[in-house]
Design a protein around this ligand. Sequence first.
Ligand SMILES: *Cc1c(COP(=O)(O)O)cnc(C)c1O
Length: 401
Amino acid sequence: MSHHAGRHFLQIPGPTNVPERVLRAIDRATIDHRGPEFGLLGREVLEGMQAVFKTRSAVVIFPASGTGAWEAALVNTLDAGDRVLMAETGQFATLWKNMATRLGLQPEFIPGDWRHGADPAAIEARLQRDDKHTIRAVCVVHNETSTGATSRIAEVRAAIDRARHPALLMVDTISSLGSIDYRHDEWRVDVAIGGSQKGLMMPPGLSFNALSDRALAAAKQSSMPRSYWSWEEMLVANKTGYFPYTPATNLLYGLREALQMLLAEERLENVFLRHQRHGEATRRAVRAWGLELQCVEPAEYSNSLTAVQMPAGHSEVAFRKVVLERYDLSLGSGLGKLADKVFRIGHLGDFNDLTLLGTLAGVEMGLALAGVPHQAGGVTAAMNFLATGTNEATRTIRTAA
Ligand SMILES: *Cc1c(COP(=O)(O)O)cnc(C)c1O
């Protein structure tokens, strides 16, 4: 392979670019995970993760991909054969549903068109009909990474409340945590699932569950077999900052650094505003190109990624190949039934105005090079928005802090 000068643009919606500071933090000798220094590190990152999830309840950290934390959510709280209500928002919701089936649960999938978030009214209607309360959990993907649609979790919570239904609420925040506002306690979510490699600006390898008192009570009753994923021993060891088995020590050094950046330096509310601005700038570019957004509901536009439809008869695989070879820019592929129909621009994590403009320039030049019908001017539309945009709002929040 020939050498590409300059930085590779990793603009898939996760894994995202890891800041130099986080890489340097990871690049240290591994310490004794039963020694005194580790206990401090463990407590610090567990507390930091509570702040990121906006919860006072426990958070657990697994040395695993996000998929592991999906499994942990299900096997710690449910019993074999339990009915779970899931919303078909896209490929990630589908994978989580397939996992539930393989684990011996009975998922019921509320159909969706892969262009919207979960429908709170449909969830409410289904729960209203479940007068015997056989549905044990409602599972929703907060930010559907295959489509760029964000589900309205506060409204899903309100729908469950209106139905007076006792089902647990489980939310996958893997591609929203640290980029789109998520409020675990305020929305009374029982189990949240997170991953390190998206908004948290970390390499892959850590995943998270944020719990609630109801989730802990359900865990006491639940009879599904579990060992590695069990919260029980994890929570006992975590009290003093330790883990029941070897944690991913070096990744936790990196997490401590990323939490310092997100919570103490930039601060979460500013992080969310930054992502909101970049989401809007990207959507303006897509419209200027004359291309269509996969997400059709403005209230559900994702601020961490944008999925763009290819014009009929044009392949996203061929387009992304041109962009990678010519500009050293990686874009996200179409997933599941959107394969070869949609490409995705990741604009989350360690990302600023010029990273976005470089990315959009790569897309615009790539569209021309690959012969994809479009209009020029997407980069200009984004630039115009970024020059005026919501800088003012961002500044107001910063100074009010
Ligand atoms: C990335 C992602 C996953 C899968 O996470 P892995 O770390 O690849 O296991 C699940 N859900 C959503 C919403 C994601 O974005």
